[in-house]
Design a protein around this ligand. Sequence first.
Ligand SMILES: Nc1ncnc2c1ncn2[C@@H]1O[C@H](COP(=O)(O)OP(=O)(O)O)[C@@H](O)[C@H]1O
Ligand SMILES: [Mg+2]
Length: 220
Amino acid sequence: MLQLQSLKKSYSQGSHTVEIFEDLNFELHKGEKVAIMGKSGSGKSTLLSLISGIIKPNQGDIVLDGVSYKNMSESQINDFRATHIGFVFQNFHLVSYLNALENVMLPAKVCGIENPRTKAQELLKSVGLEHRIDHLPSQLSGGEKQRVAIARALIHNPKIILADEPSGNLDDETGDAVMNTLFELIEKNNTSLILVTHSKEVANRCETTYKLALGQLLPC
Ligand SMILES: Nc1ncnc2c1ncn2[C@@H]1O[C@H](COP(=O)(O)OP(=O)(O)O)[C@@H](O)[C@H]1O
Ligand SMILES: [Mg+2]
């Protein structure tokens, strides 16, 4: 379903080059849930950015559901990302001037999905926030913001969710409850998940945990 093929990625800063991946290969199946752990700076966020097409590899290719990123233009990859990928971030990344309902509707509007309002209302209900739809992000707690972000990540029925330390800014109890909701919804929809986390307990909810070290993903 997702293939990373001989990925090479380095960042250049002046005359200095930071090598992140030299030859990374990886495969994820439909509905599979994997966790990625690894030290800060090991390249976890870079890996998610490559999978989402936000950044390009220096060499190699990414193939999602049979579609290669290699020859896509920037606008094609932006459309592809908006249609097929959902994101959950540590810092929620909600649009501050839109209320919960409008935030959740955004990806559906971008993709031209029918009845975005009804779908957003249903999703907010399924994350337990039907009483918060008019609230702005500033009027929500951290856990509530992340629930809005989860609803937003799922509204366009993405093939895959990329989650970068989604419970990293939440206390244990809130983080647990939010992760329960995320797993419940992605299992219901058979959505694939790549979850970056520092928590072994959170990682254990996935089928496989990989450690990212020295540019390689090693099962652990
Ligand atoms: N845009 C960039 N330009 C230069 N170096 C970067 C850039 N983004 C990340 N890096 C470097 O790449 C390495 C991996 O970063 P990152 O993927 O954010 O790691 P992680 O998410 O595992 O903490 C770090 O050393 C970081 O400083
Ligand atoms: Mg990171």
